[in-house]
Design a protein around this ligand. Structure first.
Ligand SMILES: Cc1ncc(COP(=O)(O)O)c(C=O)c1O
Length: 414
């Protein structure tokens, strides 16, 4: 699935600016910071008292998957046949795959079960459950997860309209799923992406508890889904520990889940900080910058969700000393919705040939790019810095480690 990402150089660069100087990219340049993924995964593994299933859709790039694997993540929430194949072929049978899309094609179910050993499937309807049972040949070794609809009020990107069983339908489905498997049965939900209210997880778990009691079933898994936020400038988020506290306390209080496992499916929170996109200014018209990347490329979210993505100016040679001014962006395609109003604050003298690094795009950045209008080919380079605020401060970043090693060498040379 790295079909449009081409590794520009195997070097590790000190920053995105260094990478641009070394690579001289013709199209957009994706900056990968695997050390940030490792830090996020280490944090989650230390603080979340359950099993993590990384939501592959957030960023299926090899470098992100490998960084998670290196940090000990073994669970992957996959949503399509291609995601199943990608993870299964990369990591083999040690990877735990959970097929968490509530609507799957029959072939995807067959291949996942028979060819790739997937045993965990989600459903939010009896029709989908039936499909899973038929296409796995009436398998009894399934872990069946019932996705419940919960409030998405605390989320910046609500997802509740589309998926999730409610009321009597949820009760019936839990009963059918419980009877259908001799293995494990559980519940899941999604509080919506970039959830800014830790309490939303507690409320969702309380709702799930009530629904399970009404169904009168024993559940083996409570999966709190994704939704954990990342830091975007000017939009403060509660400390991540509060999300963990709410979840752990609510889990303790769930009467029905005494012996259940706790799962989560974070996407954004594990990879957002770890990637950015560098785009080149092809033309300036007053306050509008025409870039070589846009909403049909790696900037879909940066364009359409209108969050304040952080930006950095990169110029060949001396850095600009001009004051900051507000700019909007146009993407390279002919479509007029390929535009981001911003405002993005950049030096007032920004001009053709300059580059702009747009941060926090490790999640839902390259993952969403298309080839519309012949654009979308993106190169990739690794950087070792940590340019924006992080949720996961590390004792030692790669740059700090290098500097320390150098100091050691310098001393011993004396
Ligand atoms: C089923 C499921 N799990 C997890 C995620 C990841 O969500 P997030 O990136 O908000 O953590 C999504 C995102 O759409 C999802 O649909």
């Amino acid at each position: 699935m790295d079909h449009i990402l081409r590794l520009a150089s195997s070097a590790e660069h000190a920053s995105a600016a260094d990478a641009v100087a070394a690579v001289r990219p013709e199209g957009p340049l994706a900056i990968a910071r695997p050390h940030r993924v490792r830090a996020a995964a280490a944090w989650f593994r230390a603080k979340f008292e359950g099993e993590i299933f990384y939501a592959v859709k957030a960023n299926p790039s090899a470098w992100a998957l490998d960084a998670l694997w290196a940090a000990g993540v073994r669970g992957f929430d996959v949503a399509s046949e291609n995601e199943v194949r990608l993870v299964a072929e990369r990591f083999g049978s040690e990877a735990k795959l959970a097929f968490m899309h509530p609507v799957k094609s029959r072939r995807a179910i067959q291949r996942a079960y028979h060819d790739f050993g997937v045993r965990t499937f989600v459903t939010d309807t009896e029709e989908e459950l039936e499909k899973i049972l038929v296409e796995t040949g009436g398998a009894k070794d399934l872990t069946l997860i019932v996705r419940l609809a919960v409030s998405n009020d605390g989320a910046s990107l609500p997802l509740s309209q589309k998926f999730g069983a409610t009321g009597e339908e949820a009760v019936r489905l839990m009963n059918r799923a419980r009877r259908a498997t001799e293995d494990r049965m559980g519940v899941s939900f999604h509080v919506g992406s970039q959830c800014l209210r830790p309490m939303s997880y507690r409320a969702a778990m309380q709702d799930a508890d009530r629904a399970i009691i009404r169904a009168g079933v024993v559940v083996d898994i409570v999966d709190v889904g994704g939704g954990f936020p990342a830091i975007y400038p000017g939009a403060p988020i509660p400390p991540m520990e509060r999300y963990m506290d709410e979840i752990h306390q609510a889990f303790e209080q769930m009467r029905v889940a005494q012996n259940a496992e706790l799962w989560a499916e974070p996407g954004r929170a594990l990879v957002a900080e770890a990637g950015s996109i560098v785009a080149r200014v092809e033309l300036r018209k007053g306050g509008a910058l025409y870039l070589n990347d846009g909403s049909y490329g790696n900037l879909f979210d940066a364009t359409h969700v209108r969050w304040p993505y952080p930006v950095k100016h990169i110029r060949d040679g001396a850095a600009s000393r001009a004051k900051l001014a507000p700019f909007s962006f146009y993407g390279p395609t002919c479509d007029s919705i390929d535009a981001a109003a911003g405002p993005f604050l950049l030096p007032a003298d920004i001009r053709e040939g300059d580059h702009i690094e747009i941060g926090m795009l490790g999640a839902y950045g390259v993952a969403m790019a298309s080839r519309f209008n012949g654009f979308g080919e993106t190169e990739l380079a690794v950087a070792l810095d940590t340019p924006w605020p992080t949720l996961y401060s590390e004792a030692e970043t790669p740059l700090a480690a290098q500097a320390k090693a150098k100091r050691g060498k310098d001393k011993s040379a004396l």
